[in-house]
Design a protein around this ligand. Structure first.
Ligand code: ZN
Length: 142
């Protein structure tokens, strides 16, 4: 991977951190926490009348990786069925665990920006946090 790719990815992560489109105050949903970094996040998923996800939103606090990852996730889930959403979240988590090739993230839009983290194990938990929170919510919808 070239340095140009890395800086493109950094730019995507920075944009989602500074200008999140899907961050709003939520209630009645427990936070999922990452004690090693102090991140906490919760994710709300709302189905529309056609059974696809009308809106995904998050709130919480933490480092730029955890917060930008949550915004990327929320972007991606809108319009998907719960089954599609579950498959996407599981793919992302499998890449972070090293079970799938990082290039698989190219199917997941801006989530590809996190593929460089596979080389930075301490940040993996930050990136995975909101996706784990989303998976809990998606499983309630299946
Ligand atoms: Zn973090």
């Amino acid at each position: 991977m070239s340095d140009n790719f890395d800086s493109l990815y950094e730019e995507i992560i920075r944009d989602h951190y500074k200008n999140p489109q899907h961050k709003k105050p939520l209630e009645h949903i427990p936070f999922v926490q990452n004690p090693s970094c102090g991140d906490k996040v919760r994710v709300a998923i709302t189905l529309g009348p056609d059974g696809t996800i009308a809106e995904a939103a998050f709130d919480g606090s933490g480092c730029s990786i955890s917060m930008s990852s949550a915004d990327v996730l929320a972007d991606l889930l809108a319009g998907k069925t719960p089954q599609e959403a579950k498959a996407m979240v599981e793919l992302f988590l499998a890449v972070l665990r090293g079970e799938k090739d990082p290039s698989e993230l190219e199917q997941l839009g801006d989530a590809m920006a996190f593929q460089g983290l596979v080389r930075l194990p301490v940040r993996l938990k930050c990136a995975a946090l909101s996706w784990r929170a989303a998976l809990e919510q998606i499983e309630k919808l299946l």
